[in-house]
Design a protein around this ligand. Sequence first.
Ligand SMILES: [Zn+2]
Length: 400
Amino acid sequence: MSFLKRYLTEVKSKEKYYTEGHIMKNSITPGQISQNNLKLIYQYIYKNGPVSQQDIAFDLRLSRPTIKTKIEELESRGLIRKDGQIASDLAGRKAAAYSIDPEYRFAIGVEILKTQVKLLRVDLIGRSSCRTVLDLAYENSDLYVTALCGEINRFIDSLPSGKDRILGIGLSFPGLVNADATEILYGNILDCTGLNIATFRRHLSFPCRFLHDADAAADSELWTSPELTDFLYLNISVHLGASVIHNRKIVSGLHGYSATIEHIQIDPKGKLCYCGKRGCTETFCSLSALLDGDDEETFFRELRAGNAAVRKRWKKYLHYTALVINNMHLLYDTVFVLGGYMAVHLLEEDIEQLYDEISKMTPFPEVRDYIRISKMPKHSITIGAALPYIREFLEGELID
Ligand SMILES: [Zn+2]
């Protein structure tokens, strides 16, 4: 192709590009800039508050009139509020300081279990409140969904914050959930495989989604540990689960089966697992495997009091947990967070015992820096179930 021909072809294709409106798509309208500034200022106050208008103008490189207008808008809408005064210049003059209102919006976390349902609300800074536990046995039926949704609606009606502040409802299940959070992919514990969110949406006038309980718990760990980018979270609750976090995102894998370590077989002749196979990790390392029907609080009280029989069971439990952690660690050299219902009972001496066991198994020099106890040892699943809605709000467009 001659130079002239090539030149003309390029000009033509550029004309086509412009006339098809690509430029319009790429340009930003004044309205979008204004909306973006509002979001930037809100997020700045969220992270740094209480702050003065001067702080915001300096750090965000925005004009004082822009800041003033946006602060007025955020304050009149109730997203932020005055929060004392801070020195604004060298002369020590005071300026009004602003913080976000954490109760501007809430999300509801619901943890669905075999015989119980746990509910709470979470505010914009991740604080939970109004926790309620209901005795409601799971059934794979419309009757159950109707009863549960009735309870959720009653719970929301009873909240002092009012319905219009609810962003959405996260429903956590002991089961795997599909990528768009609408269907249970694998739910043998409750026999709820195939359950669809549409059955809940019929009764709930709020956005709602499903969550795998281990992922919900791992998300609450992400929330409380901003320094962690990669880790493997062990949800040691009634049942065992896990979640892999990479670059602060949950890795679900090709078919959604990533991190289902509970079904890695340890002993083919072992106890029957709910999946139908024998001797899965679930039958060694879950809380129900440890307790074997005994009361949780009594077990740990006896353990710490030095009861020899209970200590023996605990030692065996830690041995298998160390085996699993070591195997996983050989596959993925990362931080291991021990969470779920177990977290509240764990002591640093238990972690040392795990390292002692692992040192007998690993071929590598012993480094005792990668196992830690969850920083959110209580209600991590229920809180985590609400967090996706809180994150979406904070990263969203602040549209009412
Ligand atoms: Zn299994």
